[in-house]
Design a protein around this ligand. Structure first.
Ligand SMILES: NC(=O)C1=CN([C@@H]2O[C@H](COP(=O)(O)OP(=O)(O)OC[C@H]3O[C@@H](n4cnc5c(N)ncnc54)[C@H](OP(=O)(O)O)[C@@H]3O)[C@@H](O)[C@H]2O)C=CC1
Ligand SMILES: O=C(CO)COP(=O)(O)O
Length: 346
């Protein structure tokens, strides 16, 4: 693909905007927002999240035009809207399109999230975003964009690394060509499931790490949360059919460190507020920001029950977040948990 060919983005949220400005370093970018008022506002005042939109970024309310002009399109919307978004854009997609999503969450089918505690959930009901893209469109060449990519840092022009995960070398090549810059180092992998799962599951550990900090605890136990949390992520990954490797790279440890230690992470911040004693409802009702880890925690805890996985951190976080379980008691449980060996996943 020539660097002159425009790239499309679905979703003018914080990560969509950050990626738009990054892509604009190499090519023209067309961003789809479903909100005509936002499009109008951005046409007049080209500021979003406190930064100017790059001159090569155009925000449109017309996805048909974007699909007509762009072959490579990055859907970047929250996981709970992802399938609905795909259904709305699929009439305009053709087999020649390439979809590279940037979403870090699960899709669930056949059960409403609110009913999960009552009805439970099984593996067949849980889908990754690449699975949803394949299920809902005629597009074949798909992939995922993941890695330590806190939108706030990217918007502020700070450097980072991303991972393009795809079964297709062509997707990797085309995406790398438009994403690589002096601000972003791009890695690639064919392990799509591992890279996607790492990005999804680390949000739960970031939530837990924020809880510990909000509760007033220090780095020793935060390190324990991140280390043992990585074990649980790998344990989940294996149970869902992935191997270990992605978890040790930029998409795994890399993103886990960024998200579980930064006050710029929405998941970490959400957990921090819970740790200071606010309830789930209080945090939810006063925060506009998306914390995918809350939804992921609901899904993974019930999936773990269904799969009979031993994931004590996930279980304790679930009880703290959704059942008001005291943090101190949960800490005691985890500190005295009979882990047999330190490293058990090699
Ligand atoms: N922010 C970050 O640091 C990073 C985020 N991610 C992931 O990216 C995903 C999106 O996050 P983020 O950008 O921060 O979220 P935001 O809440 O900032 O933005 C989400 C955007 O998606 C749009 N949207 C929602 N539903 C639809 C739909 N059905 N059709 C079209 N557009 C829709 C929203 O539009 P509207 O305003 O009209 O509702 C909004 O513009 C998440 O899964 C997150 O985990 C990944 C890496 C970094
Ligand atoms: O995935 C992210 C960083 O890579 C974004 O983390 P938050 O959604 O917690 O802000």
């Amino acid at each position: 693909m020539s660097k002159k060919e425009p790239v499309g983005i679905i979703g003018a949220g914080s990560f969509g905007t950050a990626m738009a400005n990054l892509l604009a370093l190499n090519t023209d970018v067309l961003v789809y927002s479903r909100n005509p008022e936002l499009v109008e506002q951005l046409r007049k005042n080209r500021f979003r999240f406190g930064v100017p939109l790059h001159d090569r970024v155009t925000v449109l309310n017309d996805f048909e035009e974007i699909a007509g002009r762009c072959q490579l399109i990055l859907p970047i919307v929250p996981s709970d809207s992802f399938r609905a978004m795909m259904k709305s854009v699929t009439p305009y997609l053709e087999p020649s399109h390439v979809l590279l999503h940037g979403t870090k969450g699960f899709d669930i089918t056949g059960v409403d999230l609110n009913d999960v505690p009552k009805l439970g959930i099984d593996r067949k009901q849980v889908h990754t975003m690449t699975e949803v893209m394949l299920q809902e469109s005629v597009v074949v060449r798909t992939g995922a964009l993941t890695g330590p990519n806190l939108a706030r840092e990217l918007l502020d022009g700070q450097p980072s690394g991303s991972v393009i995960a795809s079964k297709f070398d062509e997707v990797i090549r085309r995406s790398t060509e438009v994403l690589s810059s002096s601000q972003l180092h791009v890695f690639s992998t064919h392990d799509v499931l591992g890279a996607e799962l790492a990005g999804v599951l680390k949000n739960v550990i970031a939530l837990g790490s924020g809880i510990l900090k909000g509760y007033g605890l220090g780095k020793n136990v935060q390190a324990m949360m991140i280390t043992r949390g990585l074990h649980e992520m790998i344990h989940f990954g294996r149970a869902l059919g992935s191997d270990n490797r992605a978890f040790f790279g930029t998409a795994g440890v890399g993103d886990l460190i960024a998200t579980a230690t930064s006050s710029k992470s929405r998941n970490y911040t959400f957990g921090f507020r819970l740790g200071t004693g606010e309830t789930l409802e209080e945090v939810r009702s006063t925060s506009q920001e998306l914390a995918e880890g809350v939804r992921t925690l609901m899904i993974t805890r019930h999936l773990a029950k269904n799969l009979r996985l031993r994931v004590p951190i996930t279980e304790m976080l679930y009880q703290i977040v959704f059942e008001g379980f005291p943090i101190e008691v949960a800490m005691n449980y985890l500190i005295t948990y009979p882990y047999e060996v330190d490293v058990d996943f090699l």
